[in-house]
Ligand binder design. Structure first.
Ligand SMILES: Cc1ncc(COP(=O)(O)O)c(C=O)c1O
Length: 485
């Protein structure tokens, strides 16, 4: 969008948390009113109200919809929505016309950007609580069903290793002790498994917690993260929490568009997230694609490979993020015991990076962030050499079965290297979700990821997979008006 034929019009002051910036307001013929602001002011505003940036056309302009601010004209003030294009704010023309009528010589149009509640950090208003998959007990209660299966949260229905269960039982009488905060035994076991030093490993209360540490260590208000769209929602959460801007790059054929992600890097970009395999699509970036990322990537950009589902990846060209850590690149790899190791309820994930990066993250770690039972179960799981292969076999067979059934039904799906499949039902996914839930099968709708006809289904046991397909067939042929009956 071009702004042309503008002329200087009014002086204005822009207040961002008490800091004052001055500039010139103008009226654009045939368009809105505009305010040119210094870059310093603009970047200060990002953490205040920006929802999401969109790159326009050739990438020369960035639009941020719906910044909310208070405009004061003389002694009147009113809320406005402000759009930002490049380093200019566009506000309603009527605002500027009104200002022209109201202001007298030497007065300023005043824009105030303060949080709506002065007690709180502004980012709180931009955060939305995490929406988990619907729990089994809730569905049983709500629908009066006895037999409900959950294929919504990518858990491993095979359950934990018997060795992990034994370790959990054995440790139960000891839980009055605080755990060993730095989890030395588990870090040592992981370091041996992945041929890194224990100082390169840090444990988290799930990898979710480590994402927060990464954000807190790296992101200042006004910084940017780059992520794919759609992807795992926690990257946005962490960026928002830290007052950073989220730059979402649409996927190409439901896979990360690494070239476009790299092109979106600016001087403000601090983190680039690659969920590999990606949630919710299950797709991967290949080794070759990652190789093209390094050339010219600035040093201030840390790449986070979130490999929560790595154990499920079957594609030959699936890259091992740890290779890039060993090559001493500016990389953090995240893994978890929640998926293939089936310890989601205990909350234990880990990051591997350089000793220097792990040292920084360690400063942020809560003293006893991973509990003793979780540590013991994770160590025992690593000693069970059967757990992962058994899981992989079940998943691989389940995936083949589900894909064949989707093919038979003529449904398109993303090629999955994970323990779930993102499939296009061709119908409103909320209706399909409801119809499945009435029959006791819980899946995830695609609308929350911006794909209103997709669902995400976790690959489970053969019996569960078959039940899902049976009910899906019914759901696809059910008139939504009758589905609730
Ligand atoms: C891509 C991805 N990363 C990380 C996580 C979080 O895993 P954890 O249970 O270790 O916090 C998930 C959970 O669903 C995920 O899908």
């Amino acid at each position: 969008m071009l702004i042309s034929d503008r002329y200087p019009y009014l002086d204005f002051q822009c207040h961002v948390y008490g800091e004052c910036f001055r500039g010139t307001a103008y009226v654009d013929t045939g368009f809105n009113g505009g305010i040119v602001v210094p870059e310093s002011c603009w970047s200060r505003l990002w953490p205040v109200y920006a929802e999401e940036s969109m790159v326009l056309g050739d990438g020369s302009a960035t639009v941020t919809p719906s910044w909310r601010g208070l405009v004061r004209i003389g002694d009147q003030s009113f809320q406005v929505r402000v759009v930002c294009i490049g380093d200019e704010f566009i506000i309603g023309r009527e605002v500027i016309d009104r200002a022209r009528l109201c202001l007298h010589n030497g007065e300023h149009l005043v824009l105030d950007f303060d949080g709506p509640d002065p007690r709180l950090r502004p980012c709180i208003f931009r955060l939305t609580p995490y929406l988990p998959g619907k729990p089994i007990e809730e569905v049983k209660r709500e629908l009066g069903l006895d037999d409900v299966i959950k294929m919504a949260s990518n858990e491993n229905v095979l359950g934990p290793s018997p060795k992990a269960i034994e370790a959990i039982r054995n440790l139960a009488p000891e839980v009055f002790y605080y755990p060993e905060g730095s989890a030395p035994e588990l870090r040592k076991a992981l370091a041996e498994k992945w041929s890194v030093t224990p100082e390169q490993v840090i444990l988290g209360n799930g990898s979710d917690e480590l994402l927060v540490y990464i954000g807190l260590a790296v992101l200042n208000p006004g910084d940017q993260i780059i992520q794919a769209d759609p992807t795992f929602s926690e990257y946005r959460y962490v960026a928002t929490l830290c007052g950073a801007e989220v730059v979402s790059i649409p996927m190409k054929d439901l896979t990360h568009d690494l070239a476009a992600m790299k092109e979106a890097v600016t001087g403000r970009t601090k983190l680039l997230f690659i969920a590999n395999p990606n949630n919710p699509t299950g797709t991967i970036v290949t080794r070759q694609e990652v190789e093209t990322l390094w050339d010219g990537l600035p040093q201030h950009v840390t790449v986070v490979f979130d490999e929560a589902y790595s154990e499920y990846a079957e594609s030959e060209d699936y890259p091992d993020g740890l290779q890039y850590v060993r090559e001493d690149r500016n990389v953090i790899v995240l893994r978890t015991f929640s998926k293939a190791y089936a310890l989601a309820g205990l909350r234990v994930g880990y990051a591997i990076a350089s000793e220097e990066i792990v040292g920084y993250l360690n400063k942020l770690r809560q003293p006893f962030n991973v509990n003793s039972v979780a540590q013991a179960a994770a160590v025992a799981s690593l000693r069970d050499t059967d757990q992962v292969p058994r899981t992989q076999k079940l998943n691989s067979e389940g995936k083949r079965y589900l894909c064949e059934e989707f093919d038979r039904l003529g449904l398109k799906y993303a090629p999955s290297d994970a323990n779930f499949i993102f499939v296009d039902t061709g119908k409103d996914s909320k209706e399909v979700f409801q119809a499945l839930m009435q029959k006791g099968v819980i899946v995830r709708t695609g609308d929350i990821f911006g794909y209103p006809t997709h669902i995400r289904v976790t690959i489970a046991t053969p019996a569960m997979n078959q039940r899902f397909i049976r009910e899906l067939k019914t759901a696809l042929h059910t008139d939504p008006a009758n589905a609730q009956r």
